[in-house]
Write a protein that binds this ligand. Structure first.
Ligand code: 9MJ
Length: 677
């Protein structure tokens, strides 16, 4: 017999699930959460604790059961009672016009067709079966008639409700696309790379690969999302007249529908939508490969019917492909700011992702070997969003007999200094340091960057001239501070007024230099903003840091032996010390960061990790404000982290924080904390 404690536990469990489901809906469907991640996690933790105490209360659709149930031994076949259709493709505007004409001809008498226009997600089509509002099965499309049961993995996806809201019908089978967010995909690949595991070529392959795994624990920590776009078998639901109305009803039941869905009129309306979404494509957090137009009225859909596996009432209008084949004509090596040599494939120009591409990065020699790229090879090039085009893979079948292997040059292509590759490192480097013009230009560009000393108006073209002039006007960042307006005005494309403005901007940079910014500006290998802030906060002054031993540098939170070695070595190099000495004759470092070192300030002893982007300030401003109150900023989340500040599109650091139970602050809370500080 249930004790009264067990009874009240059962009531509390019901209440918690209701609240969690409500917050899921606010977060995933409405994109308008009511509570912070931390509060949400507290509810989830409370539920978990109660379920541990009273195992009888656990149900399969409890929000706690998402994270990895037991693996299945094989994927079972699922027969789709209503076939899952695929879509015909349109590539050119004329294809869409012809589609619309065919539709009108078949429907006779209808002058203008109303379409529901939707982005076409590039993921994995899934059928979801809800019985009495509970998720009972999820299956892949397969060949459209038979798919595979992937319920165990789909249950781990937080955006897929396990229980529907309101009064859903007895049976509701819905279709949607499961996909990966680009940021999450990148973070996941980065982690895989760090662990020496295999990486995925693109978010689509990653989604498909993960959803068809046998062990749901693999899917559970992957950044999936979903949009529902169609209705399959139903029982107990009198469908509304239009597809768009059906989707609106799905939304009310808690199923996430694309917010970009729009009702448009005729081919003209479709084409306009295509252009609207095309303009948004690069800024969407997920990949789309086109848009879909669906005849909106169900009666018209029924009258049109389908041919083979595709409906006559819908068409996918594809965007230019992200991937194309082309030939590698040669491989050159670019020298970066830190001297890293990057192999770059020179390509037979090819139109991909909406632009003509003639170069693609090969990252490093390990990648060249791993992908076995040779000169003369036909390769797959990928360009997604605004990222640098890359070589995905070689089409080995098309390799010509005289294809040449790529060799790492022994001398820097820019300055002729020796090229060195450290044991166990993928990256080869020029040893020329500031002697190498490539590094000099990049070093100055980095130094003047917005997040470094922020010299407004010192662009690439000007830097090139300053470094290339004979004799060079600028050999190191310190030389910037002795430039005169006359010298600058003599440069190409520089008027007197802009020369004066630039001198002023250089002057201004002397004043807003904080120690963390300055350290970041130096461009020390592996010292990003977070590490620079940590070093600055720990040592409090440049002198202290310059005098520190490798061991002392390692004492800084989040600085490991490798970074410590780079920092130590940097300050040991005579030419670096000379440049710093020259710089500090001009630049006065503000002492705000000392507060942390002496344990002062309301945030003293607190370590922050920043992830995602904030609306009200840049990441470095956030870092500066934390430092000003005595707190520290670290680059990665650990048990020692006090807070993770999560902005929009927060990545793996947020997941890590949740895993470790570190308090997560959203922007509002973070601002409050700064203000109260
Ligand atoms: C995707 N992939 O986003 C359909 N799709 O409709 C949308 N796919 C579809 N609709 C009928 N938005 C068959 C496939």
């Amino acid at each position: 017999m249930a004790t009264s404690a067990a009874k009240s536990a059962a009531a509390r469990v019901r209440e918690l699930r209701k609240q969690i489901e409500h917050h899921n809906y606010r977060y995933h469907v409405l994109d308008d959460p009511e509570v912070s991640d931390a509060e949400y996690d507290r509810l989830l933790r409370e539920l978990k604790a109660l379920e541990e105490q009273y195992p009888d209360l656990v149900t399969v659709d409890s929000p706690t059961q998402r994270v990895g149930a037991t693996p299945v031994s094989e994927l079972q076949e699922v027969v789709h009672t209503r076939p899952m259709l695929s879509l015909d493709n349109a590539f050119a505007d004329e294809d869409v016009v012809a589609f619309d004409r065919r539709v009108r001809e078949r429907l006779e008498d209808v002058e203008q067709i109303e379409y529901s226009a939707e982005p076409k997600l590039d993921g994995l089509a899934i059928s979801f079966r809800y019985e009495s509002g509970r998720l009972v099965q999820a299956a892949t499309r397969g060949d459209g008639l038979r798919g595979e049961d992937v319920t165990h993995n789909v249950r781990t996806i937080k955006a897929v409700p396990t229980v529907l809201r309101g009064s859903p019908p007895k049976l509701l089978e819905v279709r949607g696309e499961v996909f990966m967010l680009i940021a999450g995909f990148k973070a996941m690949n980065q982690r895989a790379l760090e662990r020496g595991e295999r990486t995925f070529v693109n978010p689509r392959n990653a989604a498909a690969g993960s959803i068809r795994q046998l062990d749901p624990r693999l899917a559970a920590d992957r950044p999936f999302d979903v949009f529902f776009y169609g209705v399959g078998e139903t029982d107990g639901w009198k469908l509304p007249a239009r597809h768009s109305e059906a989707l609106q009803q799905l939304r009310e039941w808690g199923l996430k529908v694309s917010p970009l869905l729009k009702i448009v009129q005729g081919a003209e309306g479709c084409l306009q939508y295509y252009r609207e979404i095309g303009a948004k494509r690069a800024s969407l957090p997920y990949e789309i490969d086109g848009v879909v137009y669906k005849v909106n009225r169900f009666v018209q859909q029924r009258d049109l019917g389908f041919v083979a596996r595709a409906p006559r009432w819908a068409i996918a209008h594809k965007f230019p492909a992200h991937e194309e084949n082309t030939v590698v004509k040669g491989v050159e090596f670019q020298v970066g700011r830190t001297g890293a040599l990057t192999p770059v494939a020179r390509l037979e120009p090819v139109f991909v992702g909406g632009v003509t591409v003639s170069n693609a990065t090969l990252h490093n020699m390990d990648e060249v070997r791993r992908k076995d790229v040779r000169i003369g090879d036909t390769v797959v090039i990928r360009r997604a969003g605004d990222v640098i085009p890359e070589v995905v893979k070689v089409i080995v079948e098309r390799r010509p007999k005289d294809a040449q292997e790529v060799e790492l040059p022994s001398k820097c292509p820019v300055c002729g200094s020796a090229v060195e590759r450290e044991e166990g490192e993928a990256v080869a480097r020029c040893t020329g340091g500031l002697v190498c013009a490539a590094q000099r230009k990049e070093a100055i560009r980095h130094f003047a960057g917005r997040r470094a000393l922020d010299i407004d108006g010192l662009g690439t073209k000007i830097i090139d001239q300053l470094v290339e002039s004979d004799p060079p006007l600028v050999r190191s960042p310190a030389d910037l501070y002795v430039l005169t307006a006359e010298q600058l005005a003599a440069l190409d494309r520089m008027g007197e007024k802009s020369a004066e403005n630039l001198v002023e901007a250089i002057e201004a940079s002397k004043k807003h230099a904080t120690l963390p910014r300055f350290l970041y500006a130096l461009g020390i290998r592996d010292v990003g903003e977070a590490t620079a802030a940590a070093l600055g906060n720990h040592f409090g002054s440049l002198k202290e840091l310059q005098g520190a031993t490798e061991e002392q540098i390692q004492e800084v939170p989040d600085v490991g032996p490798v970074v410590a070695a780079h920092v130590y070595k940097f300050f040991q190099e005579k030419h670096n010390r000379d440049v710093i000495a020259a710089l500090t004759r001009h630049v006065q470092l503000q002492s705000q960061a000392r507060k942390a070192a002496t344990g002062e300030g309301p945030l003293a002893g607190k370590t922050f990790v920043l992830t995602g982007s904030l609306d009200s300030m840049s990441r470095d401003e956030a870092g500066d404000r934390i430092a000003a109150l005595g707190g520290k900023v670290a680059g990665s989340v650990s048990k020692k982290t006090s807070y993770v500040v999560a902005g929009a599109e927060a990545g793996s650091k947020l997941a890590k924080a949740q895993e470790l139970g570190v308090e997560v602050l959203d922007e509002k809370k973070f601002l409050k904390l700064l203000e109260s500080g």
